[in-house]
Design a protein around this ligand. Structure first.
Ligand code: ZN
Length: 121
């Protein structure tokens, strides 16, 4: 009982034991399989329970079409010519991109490779 009331958890990484203070517990949906995962974030900005890829802007088709219509212009950056959009599409929202551990590792290590290398996590 006391264990669950403690404001921090102790877990071990290899032979090293670390004390971390939990900032909050989050419920996130995996963007790949839709499964819910429990993510624990710590005050040192680390987290566990899922894999976070940052915030991605979401655009409507209209916003993208409008930005395309405005065309591009050339700019020199670091000695290279790049094409820059004249108008940036305006995102209507930002979505957090989370993957559950299963999808994260599954995509990077296809089952066949995992079995061959002996990695089954
Ligand atoms: Zn998933």
């Amino acid at each position: 009982m006391l264990h669950f009331c403690a404001p921090f958890v102790i877990y071990s990484v290899g032979t090293m034991a670390q004390k971390k203070t939990i900032k909050k517990r989050l419920q996130k949906d995996c963007v790949v399989c839709g499964k819910q995962m429990r993510v624990i974030s710590y005050i040192d900005r680390s987290y566990r329970g899922g894999h976070y890829f940052g915030k991605h802007p979401l655009f409507t088709d209209e916003a993208l079409a409008e930005a395309h219509k405005a065309g591009t212009h050339e700019e020199v950056m670091g000695g290279r010519v790049i094409h820059v959009m004249n108008k940036n599409p305006i995102p209507y929202d930002y979505a957090e991109y989370w993957e559950c551990p299963k999808c994260y590792w599954g995509a990077r290590y296809p089952k066949k490779d995992r079995q061959e290398s002996g990695f089954l996590g």
